[in-house]
Design a protein around this ligand. Structure first.
Ligand code: HPA
Ligand code: ZN
Length: 324
């Protein structure tokens, strides 16, 4: 099974580029940019990655992003991720970035988007990896800040296919961003949202109805509403599930308790993704392996995760046919 998983072409749909910042690169950038970090070695950084919920992770994750200053830093970060994609046979990836994490520190939106975009272009040419870019609004900030961010994105429509919603789900439900998502839709962006990770199943429904999302990030708490599960299956609404993230952040007690294989067998369009691989201990192959070890599957079932991800991706029908 390991050989089959490693050889399987994979499509990643839920990856925060800031969450792919490995401790070694964090150290290198801290030195290069003269930024103080509260660790003495990459190993000390890894040792600090003990999380008990989403917020305990987010606090450390936003702190890590402080070393990213120049366009070249965002290029280097994205390029390192693409090299890991190549190793894991990821042939297409749709990555998130959090502009407000950087603009709030005085880094220009252009600096961030241009660095990431340049690496994605080089990945297409030199590595044969296709990609899309999605910008996320931080839901712990207010809607006015999201509107500002949307305005900053308008000159970069050629580089950004959609908008998403991430950060602390509890206390920051989809309706808080109803207006800005409606505006983003009018501007021609596709929409996605993290929902039903730590928050209730109702957030999934609200993301679909109020935010016009065409897929849901995480969504694993859908099982708390039988009627919602039926509708997600019938409408083929994709869920971008992140197994190692969910166990590290205690959304599930262990991989044996994870529901993604159950949802796959019910016929839901579930996909496997790495979320923040530098923080949660694994990229795509590790996520596939962890699920397969805890939930023995046939090869057809494992391959169905890739077929679902192709179906759920934001690429043309022609491109989808090529990937299949
Ligand atoms: N959930 C919410 N916000 C995030 C995540 C996540 O899994 N990863 C990075 N930002
Ligand atoms: Zn996420």
């Amino acid at each position: 099974m390991k050989e089959f998983i490693y050889g399987l072409p994979k499509v990643e749909l839920h990856l925060h580029i800031e969450g792919s910042l490995e401790p070694e690169l964090m150290f290198e950038l801290a030195q290069r940019n003269q930024v103080q970090i509260p660790y003495t070695s990459p190993q000390a950084v890894r040792d600090a990655y003990q999380f008990h919920n989403l917020q305990s992770f987010l606090d450390i994750y936003y702190q890590g992003a402080n070393v990213l200053i120049h366009e070249q830093d965002f290029f280097d970060l994205t390029w390192a991720y693409l090299l890991r994609c190549k190793e894991d046979n990821v042939v297409h990836t749709e990555i998130f970035f959090d502009p407000q994490t950087h603009t709030s520190r005085g880094i220009a939106f252009e600096t961030v988007v241009n660095g990431i975009h340049r690496a994605l272009e080089q990945g297409r040419e030199a590595l044969g990896i296709s990609s899309q870019l999605i910008m996320c609004f931080l839901r712990h900030l207010d809607e006015a800040s999201a509107f500002e961010t949307l305005a900053q994105a308008l000159p970069h429509k050629d580089k950004i296919i959609g908008v998403g919603l991430d950060s602390s789900e509890l206390g920051h439900p989809p309706e808080k961003f109803h207006q800005v998502f409606q505006q983003a839709l009018k501007e021609g962006f596709l929409t996605v949202a993290h929902a039903g990770e730590e928050g209730p199943a109702q957030n999934i429904d609200d993301a679909l109805v109020l935010l016009g999302t065409t897929r849901i990030d995480h969504g694993v708490r859908c099982v708390e509403d039988d009627d919602l599960v039926t509708r997600l299956i019938e409408a083929r609404v994709p869920l971008t599930v992140c197994p190692l993230s969910n166990t590290k952040l205690k959304v599930f007690e262990s991989m044996a308790h994870h529901n993604v294989v159950d949802l796959l067998r019910k016929g839901m369009c579930v996909t496997l993704n790495s979320d923040d691989p530098a923080y949660f201990g694994g990229y795509m192959n590790d996520n596939f392996m962890a699920v397969a070890q805890a939930h023995p599957m046939s090869r057809e079932e494992v391959a169905q995760f890739t077929l679902n991800a192709i179906e759920a991706s934001f690429i043309s029908d022609g491109e989808k046919a090529r990937l299949r």
